[in-house]
Design a protein around this ligand. Sequence first.
Ligand SMILES: CC(C)(COP(=O)(O)OP(=O)(O)OC[C@H]1O[C@@H](n2cnc3c(N)ncnc32)[C@H](O)[C@@H]1OP(=O)(O)O)[C@@H](O)C(=O)NCCC(=O)NCCS
Length: 186
Amino acid sequence: MSILSDLVPLASIDPAAVEHLLDLAFGADRHQRTAYSLRRGMAPIAELSFAALSDGELVGSIQCWPVELRTADGTCVPMVLMGPVAVHPDRQRQGIGRRLVAATLAKADASDSEPMVLIGDAVYYDRFFGFKASHTALWQLPGPVERDRLLARVQPGQALPRRAILGPRTCAVAEQAPSLVVPTSN
Ligand SMILES: CC(C)(COP(=O)(O)OP(=O)(O)OC[C@H]1O[C@@H](n2cnc3c(N)ncnc32)[C@H](O)[C@@H]1OP(=O)(O)O)[C@@H](O)C(=O)NCCC(=O)NCCS
């Protein structure tokens, strides 16, 4: 079996190769998913997006995007949308996905990044990384979502509104006021 080399910045990889990997992992119709509406018009966060290489071949990728929660009173809470996380079908269940997510979360935590949100399998993302659907039950999205797959990760000192609209990041830095938001009781 080939050896997994270090993770590298995703920006160093041919975008066409990344798109091909995503087609293999999610299917070519993946662009219709609500996750794509959430990040529409956004550029990926380069420092939180990685590729996994094995013998020089792309076998996994993770991307993160700037999004926001907007409450009824207009407060903007910036978040990071994590995903897609993709592992080549021939290389799944070998620890590559966990390594990609762990590296991204470690980088995010080290830089006091915003709370993370994703759409994915709770069994995987809660079990290994503490993402919970309980934070997101009353959030509105720009498309359909299975409620038990809308997962957020809240670190100590972070807070999220219980009711808000999740969408692409539009708020300016000066407008971001997460400390004004009442923490969820979950
Ligand atoms: C989901 C995915 C990212 C996981 O990465 P991976 O490298 O295959 O998995 P890992 O080796 O990191 O983790 C393996 C463990 O997670 C479990 N696991 C893997 N995928 C899972 C899933 N979708 N749901 C629940 N558990 C899962 C395995 O059973 C295994 O558990 P074990 O160690 O007790 O046997 C990868 O399989 C993938 O790309 N799948 C297709 C695309 C997708 O569904 N992405 C997630 C939505 S963003």
